[in-house]
Design a binder for this molecule. Structure first.
Ligand code: FES
Length: 158
């Protein structure tokens, strides 16, 4: 009988019920570098021309997302930071909007002229770009539904 794929050479073990099983090797340690350390979600939502809410797409969000991706790669952050296009982030009046996780920092009114500063300061040096930040108390979507759970940043943080 050969050694099954994935089993160690320690040999089979016979359990009380007579079941013979090969020991399962311990999982390989997780390489933290294999995970993205930060995600940027850039709203690229489009609305019909004339819609009173406007849209980030109409304000140039596709160009912002492309410039962010290019800058992230130029700074050597490919596979460390991921720039994703997102649908509406519910901050339409403040577009172009984006959010950076895991810090949950929201930026608004972003243009391609802000991209270098955002990447170099927030993503490389870990500083917030406060002039573009949407303050927590100005964000929409903060009110819980009637009778629903109250979720705050503090409750999400360990
Ligand atoms: S359209 Fe961009 S946040 Fe709503």
């Amino acid at each position: 009988m050969g050694v099954p794929a994935g089993a160690t050479r320690a040999g089979p073990r016979t359990w009380r019920a007579g079941i013979v099983a090969w020991p399962i090797p311990a999982p390989a340690p997780i390489d933290p570098v294999a995970k993205f350390l930060r995600h940027l979600f850039v709203c690229t939502n489009e609305r019909a021309p004339g819609d009173a809410r406007g849209s980030c797409s109409a304000r140039g969000s596709l160009e912002v997302a492309a410039a962010l991706k290019e800058k992230v790669h130029a700074c050597g952050l490919k596979r460390i930071v991921r720039v994703n296009k997102a649908g509406c982030l519910d901050q339409c009046a403040k577009g172009v909007t984006l959010v950076v996780y895991p810090e949950a920092v929201w930026y608004g009114g972003v243009t391609t002229a802000d991209v270098d500063e955002l990447v170099e300061r927030h993503l490389v040096r870990g500083e917030r770009v406060t002039r573009l930040e949407i303050p927590d108390n100005e964000q929409t979507g903060k009110e819980p539904p009637p009778g629903g759970p109250v979720v705050t940043k503090e409750r999400l943080e360990p």
